[in-house]
Design a protein around this ligand. Structure first.
Ligand SMILES: O=CC(=O)O
Length: 328
């Protein structure tokens, strides 16, 4: 007799092709609405499922896992970041956690470049002028931005995405610097022509652009706090496509308002959609609604990864993208 199909609950709408494939493979409950589940709905979903497929909007803590009962075996996250899941608690309850690394790398790095260029070349101000219908024609002195070629880019977090940013930025003529928990191998450092800074303080003080590409963990929470932001040059720009929690958003907003920083490009916020409203008033800030990995191709590949993780688990093996607590 074939083994019963795994019961899988998906917490958000996913691309249609992914949902269709899941329906073919698993006993899947898809979400009809695209609203995130409430805490209660999530606990109920975990109680009813062998596998939960959440997204970064679904905060899963130890308490919820305790209420979820014994059935849940795998949390196959649709997304690379897993800071919304208490992975250690899950493991202590024999629940595995997997994610979708790799497939978000190139798209997110593209978005970093878009934000760097958006801020330094004042693209939102140009767009606003055009959409207000106020452009009167070319002017040699209007909307002058800064050239990024020759500028120093400091990458915080030199994992897959950080390295993809380094390759792109080097092609734009930027000088690549980085800070990371571990120094890269000499060959990789040479290939990327990247300069390593052991001291984050010293690096941020010397950079023209900072790109945040480290995951959010207890160790990186408010890594860019008020003190570190003050070390930065007033002409410097920050972009963040990682997680909002890595920057103290209120301190950043204050620094931008006070002219202590030249601009920011933010795709992520400390409290998601409830971001500091003052940011919207600042002309030197580009705000995006967490769309760093939002490409059709990327989302389909994320879906394929989730399916592979579940299928491999169903076949009695370790999911290829198993998240090990404490190792990111
Ligand atoms: O932010 C996007 C992701 O975690 O995949």
């Amino acid at each position: 007799m074939p083994a019963p199909r795994l019961s899988v609950v998906v917490t958000r709408r996913l691309p249609e092709r992914v949902e269709t494939r899941m329906t073919e493979l698993f006993d899947v409950t898809l979400r009809e609405s695209d609203a995130p589940m409430s805490r209660e709905e999530l606990v109920a979903a975990m109680r009813d499922a062998d596998v939960l497929v959440p997204t970064l909007c679904d905060h899963i803590d130890a308490n919820m896992l305790a209420q979820a009962g014994e059935r849940l075996r795998l949390i196959a996250n649709f997304g690379a970041g897993i800071d919304h899941i208490d992975v250690a608690s899950a493991r202590s309850r024999n629940v595995l956690v997997s994610n979708t690394p790799g497939v978000v790398t190139e798209d997110t790095a593209d978005m970093v470049m878009s934000l760097i260029l958006g801020v330094t070349r004042r693209i939102p101000e140009g767009l606003a002028l055009m959409s207000r219908g106020e452009w009167k024609g070319f002017s040699p002195t209007a909307l002058l931005g800064g050239r990024i070629g020759g500028r120093r880019l400091g990458i915080i977090g030199m994992g897959r995405i950080g390295q993809a940013v380094a390759r792109r930025a080097a092609a734009f003529g930027m000088q690549i610097h980085y800070h990371n928990r571990r120094r890269l191998r000499p060959e990789t450092e040479a290939e990327l022509q990247a300069t390593y800074w052991d001291s984050l303080d010293q690096m941020v003080a010397r950079m023209d652009v900072i790109s945040v590409n480290c995951p959010h963990t207890p160790a990186t929470f408010h890594l860019l706090n008020a003190r570190r932001l003050k070390l930065m040059k007033p002409s410097a720009v920050i972009v963040n496509t990682s997680r909002g929690e890595v920057i103290d958003e209120n301190a950043l907003t204050r620094a931008l308002k006070a002219g202590e920083l030249a601009g920011a490009g933010l795709d992520v916020f400390e409290h998601g959609a409830a971001f500091n409203p003052d940011l919207r008033q600042l002309p030197n800030v580009v705000l995006l609604p967490h769309m760093g990995s939002a490409t059709v191709e990327g989302r389909l590949e994320m879906g394929e990864k989730v399916i592979l993780n579940i299928k491999t688990f169903a076949d009695g093996h370790r999911p290829p993208d198993l998240v090990v607590p404490g190792v990111l």
